[in-house]
Design a protein around this ligand. Structure first.
Ligand SMILES: [Zn+2]
Ligand SMILES: [Zn+2]
Length: 290
């Protein structure tokens, strides 16, 4: 599970570091706070009960992610509470999105905006749905997607928490998350073995994957797969594929100056300069919602 105290300490360190803007860090910290405060309304027991009804091994053997959205029943009190807090946070920070916030609020009050649907559609990658709703409500698509993702993250993490131990490394060597089906947000190369582990930014799951293999397009041609460092000697690098022009941020734990705890959500947050560098080189993030 994401350790909120650990991430808050990372954010404090970044504030002192001064590389990222204080406003960005404050915003992110408030979002996390809203997510974790509201998560108290959700009972892990109830989630574990739902998980028991999933046909885990059957789905895995068919290459289908474990989370069965037909059977998932998301906690509505949680969604309503978090939605309210996210809008309030955005109101405090995002001046340019004022009209989006107003339009979303009126949609919520007038039409009873279906938050559960919003979450399920973002997790299942229904891009057309967001196109349509964005036009209907007159809310920017990127804004709607961000909100949907922030609503989804903590809940999915709770489901994934109960499911992660059901998958063995050899069972799922695929380019998408075994729990929720989304493409990886980052990767790490393990300290002892150099094994490549992919990480899902949606549900915070990790799974093993081949080293010379693009998770986004399945390219295995080593001549068309490479990586670059932004800083020499750094443990951080960007893996790129010439086939699909996607990139994946990677932390090579063997290059860390000393062994330390790794929380991928914090790693993702603290490596924006890699995203910027990759985009400058003409590569795209493999996560469609960004
Ligand atoms: Zn996932
Ligand atoms: Zn590729």
């Amino acid at each position: 599970m994401t350790n909120i105290d650990f991430i808050n300490r990372q954010i404090d360190r970044l504030r002192k570091d001064g590389k990222l803007s204080t406003e960005y860090l404050n915003f992110y910290e408030d979002i996390l706070k809203a997510q974790f405060t509201n998560l108290r309304r959700v009972s892990q027991k109830n989630i574990n009960r739902q998980i028991q009804s999933f046909d885990v091994q059957q789905r895995l053997s068919e290459g289908r992610p474990i989370l069965d959205f037909e059977q998932v029943k998301l906690n509505n009190d949680f969604l309503k509470g978090l939605f309210q807090d996210l809008l309030a946070t955005m109101e405090r920070y995002q001046g340019e999105n004022k009209s989006d916030i107003i339009n979303l609020k009126s949609a919520r009050d007038k039409y009873h905006l279906d938050l559960e649907k919003l979450v399920l559609k973002v997790v299942s990658g229904d891009q057309e749905f967001f196109q349509t709703v964005s036009a209907e409500l007159n809310v920017k698509k990127g804004f709607l997607l961000f909100l949907a993702r922030m609503l989804a993250n903590p809940l999915l993490e709770s489901y994934a928490h109960g499911l992660q131990n059901k998958i063995s490394d050899e069972q799922w060597l695929r380019g998408y998350c075994p729990i929720c089906g989304n493409p990886p947000g980052m990767a790490r190369l393990e300290q002892e073995t150099g094994k490549r582990i992919l990480w899902c930014s949606f549900c915070n799951s990790e799974w093993a994957f081949q080293r010379i293999h693009c998770p986004f397009c399945s390219n295995k041609d080593h001549n068309r797969l490479s990586y670059f460092f932004v800083e020499e000697e750094s443990p951080y690098r960007v893996d790129v594929c010439e086939n699909c022009k996607k990139y994946l941020k990677t932390i090579d734990e063997r290059r860390l100056p000393e062994k330390r705890e790794i929380q991928m959500r914090a790693e993702d947050l603290t490596t924006c300069e890699l995203d910027i560098a990759a985009e400058k080189e003409g590569y795209q993030n493999g996560q469609w919602w960004l």
